[in-house]
Each structure stands twice: as structure tokens, then as C-alpha cells.
Ligand binder design. Structure first.
Ligand code: ZN
Ligand code: ZN
Ligand code: ZN
Ligand code: ZN
Length: 337
């Protein structure tokens, strides 16, 4: 390991792009790399063989989970599968060192706080990581009151242009399920929580909404034939990390697919179906964030989004995608002009 500067190295992707950054975490098939003070997560398979070897060597060494520096011969503390320098073994809320014997509470990423301080802990709005208060930057606090961890902030989708990349990432999955591209125009608006809540009130939608779709249609008849046209508006929260954004966008495109076919049913069926489509985009992702979002969906006690998802998941297991889409289509009730 000697010879590698601690401030970073040059990383090369298999497509030949290079970037200077410092490795700080290896977790399963993913690495965390700090680039200009921001934390990014990449699949290890994105890098050239020599980089992958570097990652392999790096992870052979015992490291502190908090600062990612080598433990060496220094005394360390252990919690679960993680090890920490004694001085790094601190509460993310009060920043005091754990002495041992205290009652601790942990997030799914290895972050820890005193049990009594958990209610004061700030959680990342996207990945449920406990946010370290002492290293909080203004970028992590979103205008609508949400707060994101460093990792999710770096990967956040804030504008329409990046949303277009997300859209391109989502559609191959939707097509593979048998869904077709909307016939109507789709406008995607990247907005704050306040805007989504205002729109939700109009259509009496409830829940912790991260996206919302409004569809309007017109029916034209020239006496012989009838033509229906659609316009769709997707409202989607800004600042969500790429993967979460993709899963929300997929959910909203599922609504559009239903709306263009005039398919309606009880909310648990409709939202459950859209969550299934959303999940399909997550299944392909190997990262931890994708599995956390999936798990939240599977465990959700929300009677519409959680129970609805589980109900539709059972249906999918029995039928498979082609028959499930066909079953949904049979619920279609186009308006009669
Ligand atoms: Zn440390
Ligand atoms: Zn504390
Ligand atoms: Zn996060
Ligand atoms: Zn929905």
C-alpha cells in the first residue's frame, strides 16, 4: 500500500474516462470515492482492472469506518462488522466518544448515536443514513426542509437536464416489462416538496409523495371516428439521488401507462402496480441504496403503497408481467363521448 498518496489517485473507467479521487469505502459491489469533497458511489465493475486491483488491496487492510484510514496498531473499537479508531468512535449527534457500555442506536450504514440522542439525529431523506452534524454543509439542506447525506447530495438530480438522463435509464426497463412509450406529451417538472403537496391536494392524493402525475385528456369526434389526446405533467422532487429518482420516475410513468388506457381501480391496486414497476428499476441496481429503497417499499405499513405493493407483488408472482399487464388492461373503462 505504500506509495499511494492519501489525497487521492487517478481512476479510469472502462470507457476510458479519468477522474481524481480518494477511495473511502468498499461495500459489496460498490466503492465510495471522494471527489473534490463530495462523496460518490460507483460499481467496482465500472473501473479498469488495475483500479479494481487497487480496490481489492485497499479493502484487505483493516480500516476505520468513520475516517477510512488504516487502523494499524492503534487501539480500536468494534461495532457489528465495523471497526473504528477509538477517537473516531463517536456519537453523530453529540460528537462525544463512546466509552463502551453505552446503549447505542445504529443506522443501516454503520453510523451510530447514543440511544437517547436518536430523536435528535438528522436522517438523510433518501437513504436513512444518520447525518453527521459536525460536517454538515449548506448544500445538504434543501430549500423545502429536507436534508440529505453527503453521498446522496453528490448524486442528487436537481434539474431537468439530468432528469433526462434518468428518463433514458428508466425506459429500457419499462420496455422490457412490456410497457409502451406514452402517446401523449409528457412534461417533467423538478420541484420541491411544497409544490408536490399543493398539487396533491388538488387531486386529494396523500402519503409521503416524491412524485405525482397529472393527466388531462381530450376526446375529439368528427362523427365517424373518435380520437383521444393526452397531456401529462410529472412533478418530481429535486435532489433525490439518481437511483431513487429513477424509481420514482418509473412509478409516475406507470401512472401514465394506466391513465392513457383509462385503467382505474382501488388505490392499493393502482399504487401497488406503480410500485411494482418502480421496483423493477431497483432490482437491476446492485448498490445498497437500491436495496434500502426496495426494503422500505416491502416493509411499508402504508395501506395503499405498502399493502398495495405486497398484494400486487403476489399477483405478479402468479401471473408474470405479460399477463399482469393484460389483467390491468381488462380494467380499462374509456369514457363514452
Ligand atoms: Zn478513524
Ligand atoms: Zn450522543
Ligand atoms: Zn443519503
Ligand atoms: Zn402513485
Amino acid at each position: 500500500m505504500i506509495g499511494f498518496p492519501s489525497y487521492g489517485r487517478v481512476w479510469t473507467t472502462v470507457e476510458g474516462r479519468t477522474q481524481n479521487g480518494e477511495l473511502f469505502e468498499v461495500a459489496g459491489e460498490e466503492v465510495g470515492i471522494r471527489i473534490k469533497g463530495r462523496e460518490y458511489r460507483f460499481l467496482i465493475s465500472r473501473f479498469i482492472p488495475s483500479d479494481r486491483r487497487y480496490i481489492q488491496e485497499w479493502s484487505k487492510v483493516d480500516r476505520c469506518h468513520r475516517c477510512s484510514k488504516k487502523l494499524g496498531n492503534a487501539p480500536y473499537k468494534e461495532a457489528g462488522s465495523y471497526k473504528f479508531h477509538e477517537t473516531c468512535f463517536r456519537c453523530l449527534v453529540c460528537n462525544n466518544e463512546f466509552k463502551g457500555g453505552e446503549k447505542l442506536k445504529r443506522d443501516e450504514w454503520g453510523g451510530m448515536v447514543h440511544v437517547d440522542h436518536f430523536d435528535k439525529a438528522k436522517m438523510c431523506d433518501s437513504c436513512s443514513r444518520i447525518i453527521s452534524v459536525d460536517s454538515l454543509t449548506s448544500q445538504q439542506i434543501l430549500k423545502d426542509g429536507r436534508m440529505n447525506c453527503l453521498s446522496c447530495t453528490s448524486d442528487g438530480v436537481y434539474e431537468v437536464k439530468r432528469m433526462e438522463e434518468v428518463r433514458k435509464r428508466v425506459w429500457p426497463t419499462l420496455a422490457s416489462l412490456g410497457m409502451t412509450v406514452p402517446v401523449g406529451d409528457v412534461i417533467i417538472r423538478v420541484v420541491g416538496k411544497d409544490v408536490i403537496e399543493k398539487q396533491a391536494k388538488k387531486i386529494k392524493a396523500r402519503g409521503n409523495l416524491r412524485g405525482l402525475t397529472l393527466t388531462t385528456y381530450k376526446i375529439r369526434s368528427d362523427g365517424r371516428s373518435i380520437r383521444t389526446t393526452f397531456d401529462h405533467e410529472i412533478f418530481i422532487l429535486y435532489g433525490m439521488p439518481h437511483i431513487e429518482c429513477a424509481s420514482v420516475l418509473a412509478h409516475e410513468y406507470a401512472h401514465i401507462w394506466l391513465n392513457e388506457r383509462f385503467i382505474d381501480d382501488f388505490p392499493p391496486v393502482v399504487e401497488g402496480f406503480c410500485n411494482l414497476v418502480s421496483e423493477a428499476t431497483l432490482v437491476k441496481e446492485k448498490g445498497k441504496l437500491a436495496s434500502i429503497i426496495r426494503e422500505n417499499m416491502q416493509q411499508s405499513d402504508n395501506p395503499v403503497y405498502g399493502a398495495g405493493y405486497r398484494r400486487m407483488k403476489q399477483r405478479l408472482t402468479v401471473l408474470g408481467w405479460p399477463a399482469l399487464l393484460a389483467e390491468m388492461k381488462r380494467k380499462s373503462q374509456p369514457p363514452t363521448p
